[in-house]
Design a protein around this ligand. Structure first.
Ligand code: IPE
Ligand code: IPE
Ligand code: MG
Length: 267
């Protein structure tokens, strides 16, 4: 009897059971501006193409069994951009929400917008409220769109909701992030960033404490289902330890003779 023991990353002969798709996938959708600039087009065109990629990825994520998908659409720091670009983005969000809400209903997707609303225009706030109400019963996937979002500000807002004088637990804070409308459970399993930058840019800081992080050089408007498939395949080969030790390896019977236990953490 021979015990075959391979490690994650060893390739096809992997006796570890396939990991389920991430419950919560979060995406920093970066590269719209460069996509447009490389083609000699205004940055706003890149954002428009980016909205088409959003449609593609929402559909693939739902098909691939993702429970919660959070997309970073506009950071609290993006207000620093030129007024015309900010206006184009706000206009795009409003049109996206109006156009996509029905498609979400048809696909069983519950849509929520996380982040601050007090700095958004009234028409956009109305579009958010309407889209959230229309899609409230969706059960196939929750789509969270982060607009005027900052991970640090989200934590500050959540802390303000906690009762004074009682030390909160991590779960208390996570729940408060949800109540504050700026994130919350489940924690992020897989965090993707496109556009070639290797940073978090103040996205879902609390929720991503143990996220697996995948970076791609692909610019967001070029992203499509095969990219998501690649990221999910990579995720399925991660060994998530959460500070512990690797799990007991699965035993595969590759010859007769009966199973033999191997030490769990043999060198
Ligand atoms: C991401 O693309 C979208 C937003 C931040 C709104 P960018 O606009 O940051 O694109 P690059 O990084 O300049 O290419
Ligand atoms: C992060 O992208 C925000 C969004 C994708 C909405 P940025 O382009 O704003 O991030 P930095 O400035 O490169 O860190
Ligand atoms: Mg960018």
């Amino acid at each position: 009897m021979r015990i075959e023991r391979t490690r994650p990353g060893d390739g096809a002969k992997r006796p570890y059971p396939s990991v389920a798709p991430p419950r919560h996938l979060a995406v920093i959708m970066d590269g719209n501006g460069r996509w447009a600039t490389r083609r000699g087009l205004p940055r706003a065109v890149g954002h428009r193409e980016g909205a088409k990629a959003v449609r593609r990825i929402v559909e693939s994520a739902r098909r691939r069994g993702i429970g919660t998908l959070t997309l970073f659409a506009f950071s609290a720091d993006n207000w620093k951009r030129p007024e015309a670009e900010v206006a184009a983005l706000m206009n795009l969000f409003e049109r996206y929400l109006a156009g996509e809400a029905r498609r979400c209903v048809a696909n069983g997707i519950r849509l929520r917008v996380i982040g601050r609303r007090d700095r958004l225009g009234p028409a956009l706030v109305a579009a958010i409220t309407a889209a959230e109400a229309l899609t409230a019963d969706g059960e196939a996937m929750e789509l969270r769109i982060a607009v005027d979002y900052s991970g640090r500000d989200a934590i500050l807002t959540a802390v303000a909701l906690l009762p004074c004088g009682i030390p909160p637990t991590r779960q208390d804070l996570l729940a408060a992030l949800g109540r504050a409308g700026c994130g919350g459970p489940p924690e992020v399993d897989l965090l993707l960033r496109t556009g070639g930058e290797h940073r978090i840019s103040d996205f879902l800081l609390w929720e991503s404490a143990y996220a697996e992080v995948w970076f791609s050089d692909r610019l967001w408007p070029d992203v499509a289902d095969p990219d998501l498939a690649e990221a999910l395949d990579w995720f399925s080969r991660r060994e998530r330890r959460f500070g512990g030790l690797p799990p007991t390896p699965a035993v595969s019977l590759v010859a007769s003779g009966g199973p033999r236990e191997e030490p769990v953490h043999a060198a």
